[in-house]
Design a protein around this ligand. Structure first.
Ligand code: MIG
Length: 717
């Protein structure tokens, strides 16, 4: 197999005749066609599988949204976007298809499989030291990516796939959600409670409850008689209403979206060319053919129905696409049930009876019966399954761009594949209110970043099942650091708003959310710099530290330039072991919402951390900027900066900021403040090297040296 160098560090191999997935953005002028390269690192066996032989100590990072560890070794993962509501370790697929991973060990390189079909990554599952990649469809692109370091390899890959989606700055605020805010009164009650408890609230999410019988772009006027009034009143309170949009369109005469879709030929069809009938929330639905550019344009324009009412953000759901059943499947399940009814129902027929109905959902037979019209060419859905969520979100993104070209809308999706990262963020779907899912979230975060997904987060408190106050608190202590910070739960679960428990819990979560707002300038600065420079916002320790112990750490992450986080994820724990690869400054947010500091030595140690305490670390020779907390992102002021610095000789930090709402930042319109703290003849000095167009008036610096001595500098500008 021969490949072409398409960049200094990237070789692309083309197998068969691949369909364009929209994952890679190539500047064809840059492709070096001077010679071709034989397959590197991998071998290809007679069945067409790609094989790599790992040594015992190799670590495999990546694969985005998946179960199990940061190190993906020892399991088999299938890229096939799946509405999987239970993220247990025996699962092979979740909602996303993220076909990029990095091998770190005796050789260091990245692999990306550019395929819209099912790809199976057997990472030492069948054979302990072997990676076997099986592409079900033998038409795909293979990219081998090299670089001088792990960070470089990821950067190279990210350069290939293009700049990640940029959210509005307010999207870093706190959002409250629940499937089951069933009426306008209930929605208003949430806003009132947040106000009463003086807890910052930036976004109120609406789930399918607001729609009339789960029909996209409609409003249930019985439950939400004055939807527009609700949106306006929220706006007055500085709260954005963020509605959900589902993939399936209800089959119903008189429903304009349905009628237009049929008329325009915008729906996926069966093999005879009739709109394919499946079922989701509203019962029978058709699926918009998002792979068709005309259908995308049509669907994208529909968002205007809601933006005209003042809506500035959306979350796209059920776009794997999730299917409950099809007519065909349902019929045969009923038929078989009738037959079984006549039998003596023993163990096998009992399970068969149950399974027949369970298996109706997301059935492969159904996926194989659906067709797309990709601009004239009829394509079977099964072969391009992983592109559906991507193209729904692309439709939304482009629709919103047509509505207001220069405005940043909030947008994230459940299903995704590489390429979608340019159009929106994503959330990690239906977690359970389990401690294990705080841990799992932590492992998905850097893996998603590697695949370009930067605006990400999980359902704080857990989606399915009943949460507990301690789980909710500990989950907030992680979500505090994720770009998307949203508390969301299922309609079958107990309430889990910050005020849904006792007063003590409310107070603790309020402190965490308030602290989030102090941190937003840093988080936003890091997010934007990482988007612009194709860096990771969340990193495994190995991406920064080369010692042997760092390789073992799976439950701590580097966050941006300055921080390391080590969230608590065990019930009843009053602390945990944390490994410091070097001296660090421990920051503890205490029960009063005050930050306390302590210089800690390198090595592994038990750190106490009561439920009401949040801990994290400032790395050596790094600076953390903080500001006064506010109730809204727009009120955060950069006039006065508080810098927490942990410095031996010299540290610097560049704070990025921009208007937060327009796309001017893409044209390099942003502000930078660069500060340098340096020890000169035994005294620390603060230099402001850059302060372009900023409001900055005052800087308060607290510096700790390696021995824990504290100095302060106050500077007025
Ligand atoms: O299958 O809209 O992941 O966040 O609350 C349930 C109802 C459909 C799944 C989403 C979840 C949302 C729920 N949806």
């Amino acid at each position: 197999m021969n490949g072409l160098k398409i960049d200094e560090n990237v070789i692309r191999y083309i197998i068969g005749n691949p369909i364009n997935t929209d994952a890679v953005i190539l500047d064809t002028n840059k492709i070096k066609t001077d010679r071709s390269y034989s397959l590197k690192y991998l071998d290809i066996d007679e069945d067409g599988n790609l094989n790599y032989y790992m040594s015992d100590n190799d670590i495999i990072y990546g694969l985005g949204e998946n179960v199990r560890g940061l190190n993906k070794r020892g399991w088999i993962y299938e890229s096939f976007c799946t509405d999987e509501y239970s993220h247990t370790p025996n699962k092979r697929s979740l909602y996303g298809a993220h076909n990029f991973f990095v091998v770190h060990g005796k050789e260091n390189f990245g692999i990306f499989i550019d395929s819209p079909s099912k790809v199976i990554f057997d990472i030492g599952y069948t054979d302990h030291n072997k990676i076997k990649i099986t592409c079900e469809n033998q038409n795909y692109g293979l990219y081998i990516i090299e670089g001088n370091s792990l960070n470089d390899i990821v950067k190279e890959f990210r350069m290939l796939i293009g700049e990640s989606y940029i959210p509005p700055k307010w999207a870093l605020g706190y959002g409250q959600s629940r499937w089951g805010y069933g009426t306008e009164t209930e929605a208003r009650e949430v806003i009132r409670k947040f106000k009463e408890n003086d807890i910052p609230l930036e976004m109120l999410y609406l789930d399918i409850d607001y729609m009339e019988r789960f029909k996209d772009f409609t409003v249930d006027r019985t439950a939400f008689p004055s939807f527009e009034g609700l949106v306006d009143d929220c706006m007055d309170e500085g709260v954005k209403v963020i509605p959900i949009i589902d993939a399936g369109i209800k089959v119903e005469e008189g429903y304009p979206i349905y009628e237009e879709g049929v008329e325009g030929g915008y729906f996926c069809t069966d093999k005879d060319g009739d709109p394919f009938v499946t079922a989701v929330w509203p019962g029978k639905v058709h699926l918009p053919d998002f792979l068709n550019s005309r259908a995308r344009k049509w669907f994208g324009e529909k968002y205007k129905i809601l933006t005209d009412k003042g809506i500035e953000g959306f979350w796209n759901d059920m776009n794997e696409p999730a299917l409950f059943y099809s007519d065909k499947g349902l019929e045969s399940a009923f038929k078989r049930a009738e037959e079984i009814k006549k039998e003596n129902i023993d163990v096998y027929s009992y399970f068969e009876l149950k399974d027949n109905f369970n298996k109706l959902a997301n059935s492969i037979d159904d996926y194989k019966s659906i067709y797309h019209n990709v601009d004239g060419e009829l394509i079977n859905h099964y072969d391009v399954h992983n592109l559906y969520g991507l193209n729904m979100t692309k439709a939304t993104y482009e629709g919103l761009e047509n509505i207001d070209e220069n405005k940043r809308f909030l947008l994230f999706s459940r299903a995704s594949s590489v390429g979608m990262h340019r159009y929106g963020g994503m959330w990690t779907g239906d977690s359970f209110s389990w401690w294990e899912h705080i841990e799992l979230t932590m492992k998905m975060l850097p893996a998603l970043n590697m695949c370009g997904f930067m605006f990400i987060g999980s359902d704080t408190g857990g989606f399915a099942g009943d949460t507990t106050s301690d789980l909710l608190i500990r989950w907030n202590q992680l979500s505090l650091f994720t770009p998307l910070y949203r508390n969301h739960t299922s309609r079958w679960s107990r309430s889990q708003e910050p005020y849904a428990f006792d007063e003590g819990t409310t107070k603790i979560i309020k402190n965490i959310i308030r602290f989030r707002y102090s941190l937003i300038p840093y988080l936003y600065s890091e997010l934007m710099k990482c988007i612009k420079n194709n860096d990771l916002y969340f990193k495994p320790l190995t991406f920064e530290y080369e010692d042997e112990f760092s390789k073992e750490v799976e439950d701590q992450l580097i966050l941006g330039n300055s921080l390391m986080i080590a969230p608590m994820y065990k019930q009843n724990s009053k602390g945990r072991y944390i490994y410091l690869p070097e001296k660090m400054l421990l920051c503890k947010l205490n029960h009063e919402g005050k930050l306390l500091f302590e210089v800690c030595n390198e090595g592994s140690k038990f750190f106490h951390c009561l439920l009401e305490e949040t801990i994290f670390f400032v790395r050596k020779n790094r600076i953390l900027p903080l500001v006064e907390s506010e109730n809204k992102v727009k009120d955060l002021s950069l006039k006065e900066l508080n810098l927490i610095a942990f410095v031996d000789k010299k540290a610097e930090y560049t704070l990025y900021d921009d208007d937060g709402i327009t796309k001017e930042c893409k044209k390099n319109k942003f502000n930078l403040v660069k500060v340098v703290i340096e020890k000169i003849s035994n005294k620390y000095e603060l230099k402001i090297e850059k302060a372009e167009n900023t409001a900055l008036k005052k800087i308060n610096v607290v510096i700790y040296d390696l021995e824990g001595r504290k100095e302060t500098i106050l500077r007025e500008l």
